[in-house]
Design a protein around this ligand. Structure first.
Ligand SMILES: Cc1cc2nc3c(=O)[nH]c(=O)nc-3n(C[C@H](O)[C@H](O)[C@H](O)COP(=O)(O)OP(=O)(O)OC[C@H]3O[C@@H](n4cnc5c(N)ncnc54)[C@H](O)[C@@H]3O)c2cc1C
Length: 279
């Protein structure tokens, strides 16, 4: 599977020859990532639609075994939410600011209403709550040899954009375009002076796509990181970059992070159908 035929699946190798190095072993081709238990230490409302939850690992050695090796800025964890009926629901989130010595990390959750499992959980998370996670996986970090960077995301991809911007050298050039529902969802975002940040509040379905297409194209080799709602990313931005702009597969990291109208389970099924239909 490649970016030009289907979106990146966080469980699969990704991005032009850079494998997902999230695991230490192999379970029938899938990475065997260490599991650790995280304990909530605080919850902060960042914007009307986003909460930041801080965690501390119950076992710092297990945490260090996983996060001590993570070199990617889009590093993510698979969080397990036990359900009242005894089943487990798994959700995927970007792991920010892992601190191996302290055993801490931060996750910024979109709270998208009362639907779903992870969003409502985060909205009400209280210090002391425990949650099992596996990871981290990941596959992208800003390419220091690129002439410029193009980052595009919605709120779900914003944490990964934040981490990428923080890892860029001061002289980095490019754009970061973030779609938010309205002005009050805008966040503080540090970036190198040469990386222009745009907040897109268009209520049009193609708001993010249109904003990316409208960017003046810069000279030299671009490296693109594009993650957000799957339709916008895979059917809107991917053809623009891969076909119209002819970016080589190795210079793009593109995937859907969620799919409008589908739970994460439904989204996984959609991804499989898309991959099958595209061969
Ligand atoms: C590698 C990776 C990293 C990710 N990192 C983050 C992150 O750091 N922060 C983050 O918030 N999300 C992140 N996501 C997206 C997150 O996993 C999904 O949004 C997930 O579906 C949320 O689970 P849920 O239980 O809240 O909702 P679900 O039960 O999956 O869905 C319930 C309903 O909510 C809708 N929905 C789901 N997500 C959103 C959304 N973001 N906005 C509006 N409606 C939505 C669905 O379409 C569905 O109708 C990431 C995804 C991936 C693959």
């Amino acid at each position: 599977m490649s970016e030009s035929t289907a979106e990146r699946d966080p469980n699969r190798p990704e991005r032009g020859g850079r494998p997902d190095r999230g695991g230490r072993g192999d379970r029938g081709g899938r990475p065997d990532r260490p599991q650790t238990v995280l304990v909530v230490t605080s919850r902060e409302q960042l914007t009307p639609g986003m909460v930041r939850v801080r965690f501390e690992a119950a076992d710092k050695d297990v945490f260090a075994a996983g996060f001590g090796h993570s070199e990617y800025t889009d590093r993510y964890v698979k969080m397990t939410f036990p359900q009242p009926d005894g089943s487990d629901v798994v959700r995927t989130y970007t792991a920010l600011e892992p601190n191996v010595e302290d055993g801490t990390l931060v996750i910024d959750f979109v709270v998208h209403g009362t639907e779903g499992v992870a969003g409502p959980w985060a909205a009400a998370a209280e210090p002391g709550e425990r949650i099992a996670v596996r990871g981290p996986g990941g596959g992208y970090s800003p390419d220091p040899t690129a002439d410029w960077h193009l980052l595009a995301a919605d709120e779900a991809g914003l944490p990964a954009v934040r981490a990428a911007l923080a890892a860029m050298p001061a002289e980095a050039q490019g754009y970061a375009v973030v779609h938010i529902p309205a002005e009050e969802h805008r966040q503080e975002l540090d970036a190198p002076a040469g990386v222009q940040i745009s907040w897109v509040t268009s209520t049009e379905r193609d708001g993010l796509v249109d904003a990316v297409r409208a960017l003046p194209w810069l000279p030299g080799r671009v490296y693109a990181f594009v993650h957000g709602e799957a339709e916008a990313v895979m059917h809107g931005i991917r053809p623009y970059l891969v076909k119209e702009r002819a970016l080589p597969r190795a210079d793009v990291s593109i995937s859907g992070y969620w799919r409008r109208g589908r739970t994460e389970e439904g989204f996984r099924a959609w991804k499989q159908e898309l991959a099958a239909s595209e061969g």
